[in-house]
Design a protein around this ligand. Sequence first.
Ligand code: AMP
Length: 318
Amino acid sequence: MFTEIITKILQYDTIVIARHIGVDPDALSSQLALRDSIRLTFPDKKVFAIGSGSIKFISFGKLDKVENVSDALLIVTDTPDKKRVDSVDFSQFSYSIKIDHHPFVEKFCDLEYIDDEASSACEIIMKLILSTQLKCNQDIAGLLFMGLASDSNRFLFNSCTAETFSLVSSFIRDYALDIGNLYQKLYLRPINEVRLEGYIALNMVVTDNGLGYVKISDEVIREFGADSASAGNMINNFNFIQGVLVWATITEDVKNELIRVSIRSRGPAINQVAEAYNGGGHKYASGARLKSFEEAMFLMNDLDKVLFEYKNTHEEVV
Ligand code: AMP
């Protein structure tokens, strides 16, 4: 399918690359790396990366503003469903391609490349670059490394295979990546966020079935001088707690008038529970946007039931 993708890229002079709302390092890096690789390979093409950015990821690169396009190709990375594509009017495009690693939700592009076993959208872009004439340089390789490292939680997840490590190894070697510098770009954070992480550790409720969850109210977020997105993202720092198989942050987001739930698992699949609450995601990393803490507690209750089942059907759960 990489041949079909490059054929379409060759065919269009104007290419717009989008990704999901609620930007994260894999979504952003996959679209910026693909944009920059196409620009590097085909300097005459007009290639844009669009969507709302985040001050947190300002060092990754600049996004573009696009008004009207015609006879253009749309490529959407890291997004399984149409409603979560950031800032795209599909009617403006002649052809569309999806490149994603989420479990399939719906077909919304003409050509869809989905590998739900890939660690990240960036891993797929690495393979696309290696399998086609697309060029790469140190900046592009650095973006791809950051997206992959972030979505695999620094290579902690089972989605990291021998192939993943081999790809990463070749990009580090071929583009002389300074991974210390890249990790710093990804993970440097202010002390108040670390203190908020302490609050989460102290206040996490753990059920008998192995669910850990914490409510983070706007009051708490303000007390620690943090923001709601950073608070929710701390979910990734609570892996491998004995007796906690599924864990969740329930974060109040006053600005957007919603409650953001992030869920991770090292036991049962959780994406179907998230989907039942109009959310979704990966088997072991999902999220949902809810209206109230009460609704979030119903979701916690459903996760607890899944864990009860899981514990009764699996031996040696730790
Ligand atoms: P998060 O916990 O926000 O980092 O999200 C974890 C995964 O779940 C990511 O792959 C997201 O794309 C997905 N996800 C988060 N929120 C939603 C949502 N409301 N609907 C569908 N997928 C979501």
